[in-house]
Structures are given as C-alpha cells and as structure tokens.
Design a protein around this ligand. Structure first.
Ligand code: SIN
Length: 350
C-alpha cells in the first residue's frame, strides 16, 4: 500500500450501530436509522485513520437479512476490492447474525489479500454508553494496521468487536446485551491503541478462505442466464437448510411434519457431542433415504462434533450423507451445508 492512510470503502447495512431511540436508553430503539456520514462524525481522528468512501447498502436489523442481502453484500464487497483505489473494506452490520454473514463472506470471497472487516455495536448511537463510534474507530485502526502489515497467510475477513479481532470461524455472539457480547477466548488479535497484538492465526481447517468462491461465481452466472430466475432476488440461489435444535421430550412427529417434503439438507443441533434423541432416529433415516444430507452439530456453544462410533449412522449405507460439523456452530453449519450442496450440484451437472 503506497498511501500512509488507507483508502477504505465503508458499506453500511443497518443494525444497532446505526440505531436511534430515546436519548440515553439502550433498548427500545430502531435499528438502521443513522447514515454512514453521521456515524463517521463520531470517530475521533478519522483523517489519520482512513480516507473513507461510503456506500449505504441496506438499513435493516440483521435478523431480517436474507440470502438476497448476503449475495448483494458479497457483490458490493467484490466490486470495492476490485477497485485499484480501494485498500480495504469495512462493513457495519447488526450483531445478531453477524457471525453468519462473516462465515458466508469468508467462504465465498476471493483471497485478494486486501482486508475486509465487519464491525457492529451493542448500544444504539442514542444510548448513554453507545459503543458504535469506538468500534468504528477501532475497526478503521485495525484495517490501517492490516493494510500496512498484511499477514503473509491466512484469511483476510475479520470481525472487530470491543477491541478484539476475530476470524470468521472464531466469532460468535455470546451475550444478548453486554457491549463485549462477542467476548471469547478464541480471538486472533487485540487492538491496543494503534497496533494489533497478535495472539494466534485463526484455525480454518477445511473451511479455508475463498473455498466456495468459484462455485458461487458459477451459480451466479447460471442464475443470470436463467430467464426464469429474478436477477435481483437470490433467496433460492442456495438450498434451504432448516436447523433442528434437540432438547428433552422432543416431538418427532411435529418436526417430521415441518420437514415435509424432505429438504436437500438439514442441520441437527444435537445435545453434547451431537447426540440425536432416539425418538428422532426414524425421521433421520427417512430423510437420509429420501436423499437429504444431514450435518450433525451441537447445541453446546463450542461443540465439537466429530464422526465417532457413538453415531449410529457411521456404519450404515447413507453414511456419506451424514456429516459432522466439527467446530462449526449450527448456524455456521447451515451455511457450510448450503455451499457444499451448491458445489456438489455443479459437480453432478458438469
Ligand atoms: C441487529 O442485529 O441488527 C440488531 C442488534 C444489534 O445490532 O445489536
């Protein structure tokens, strides 16, 4: 990067960081009300951190984001990264589903080496203890650091919350109200004033950055060529993957009714090491026989779920379609399975 101050494209999507409500209060506000320029006004020393180009994409709470929003956001980031006058991208987002967007982008954006960062806030701009401007400043400071000292390997998609820098596989919301809602021992770096103190390189395992870039590009080209599809609506571009969360006294009949007709894939967030109650085993077999793929995850926050002897489907004919989520959360598993099935469909058709 030639410039001392990086050229950052700021893409806003809404969320609490752009929320407004009664002055001084943290709850009862409306998400996505404050424009990007107004958000930046609250950032001290902005001129020394970045030259910011603003793009307001959506103004909604992240609970309302759909596949269409995810695809449009990915495209907006791609366009920005392709611009030779852009050194990095910052996205403001709601905290509630931020980890889903981060994981989707991590898997589907190409590895350009230019950093892309997501940040958010737990308290609206109008709250007495608003954290949006601070997170925005810290994200711009971290981007500046990453632009000057690009890590030689690893991902280029990051999430900055409450001074901590997370990789897309590490990030998860763990508290519904606290400003350090994402606090988690698994973070990659800590921002201290103007520099990042690195703790570790994020572990990616098989979920490497950009793994599904080519499949997404192919799917979008086919989508655009299909005269029956709507090029501004991508809600059915990826297969629908319901998530079933297990608990005591599960009503298998009701779940069975909800899963008719059988979807292409289902995530089952089992208990503990992904154990599925016996009452559900019949339904699982029916789904597998119908050609459905199942990813076994855990409702336990850190998982993990590995293929193991406890899993009765290991030895059966449909074993190939019963996957284990590893360290992925049920929500990350949903995205992973969507993209795996998209890729598989392309392999079958080619
Ligand atoms: C949202 O996710 O859009 C609302 C909640 C938040 O940003 O903290």
């Amino acid at each position: 990067m030639k410039n001392a101050v990086p050229r950052i494209t700021l893409i806003t999507t809404g969320g609490t960081i752009a929320g407004l409500g009664e002055l001084g209060f943290s709850t009862g506000y409306k998400a996505g009300q404050v424009g990007a320029e107004a958000l930046l006004l609250g950032v001290p020393g902005l001129e020394g951190l970045a030259q910011v180009k603003v793009q307001s994409l959506f103004s909604i709470g992240s609970q309302n984001l759909t596949a269409t929003h995810a695809v449009l956001l990915r495209q907006a980031i791609l366009d920005a990264l392709e611009d030779v006058n852009c050194d990095g991208v910052l996205v403001t987002h709601g905290t509630d589903t931020l980890e889903e967007t981060a994981f989707f982008l991590h898997l589907t954006l190409p590895a350009t080496g230019k950093p892309t960062m997501l940040t958010a806030a737990m308290r609206p701009a109008s709250a007495a203890s608003s954290d949006g401007a601070g997170n925005l400043r810290d994200a711009l400071q971290s981007l500046k650091s990453l632009c000057h000292n690009r890590p030689k390997a690893g991902p280029s998609l990051w999430v900055l919350m409450a001074s901590r820098l997370y990789g897309a596989l590490e990030v998860s919301k763990r508290n519904a109200l606290a400003p350090d809602a994402f606090h988690n021992q698994r973070h990659s770096a800590f921002l201290l004033d103007d520099h990042l103190e690195w703790i570790s390189t994020p572990i990616e395992g098989e979920w490497t950055a950009g793994r599904f870039f080519e499949s997404m590009e192919t799917a979008l080209k086919l989508w655009a060529a299909d005269t029956e599809s709507h090029t501004d609506n991508f809600d059915t571009l990826l297969p629908e993957i319901p998530v079933v969360v297990c608990h005591q006294d599960l009503n298998a009949q009701r779940i069975g009714r909800m899963l008719k007709p059988a979807p292409m894939g289902v995530v089952i967030a089992g208990v503990g090491h992904g154990a599925i109650p016996e009452s559900l085993h019949g339904l699982v077999n029916t789904l597998l026989k119908a050609g459905c793929w199942i990813m076994r995850a855990s409702r336990t926050p850190e998982g993990p779920v590995f293929v193991s002897g406890e899993n009765p489907w290991n030895k059966q004919a449909f074993a190939g379609r019963m996957l284990a989520a590893g360290r992925l959360s049920p929500w990350q598993s949903r995205i992973a399975l969507q993209l795996l099935l998209l890729e598989l469909d392309q392999v079958i058709k080619s």
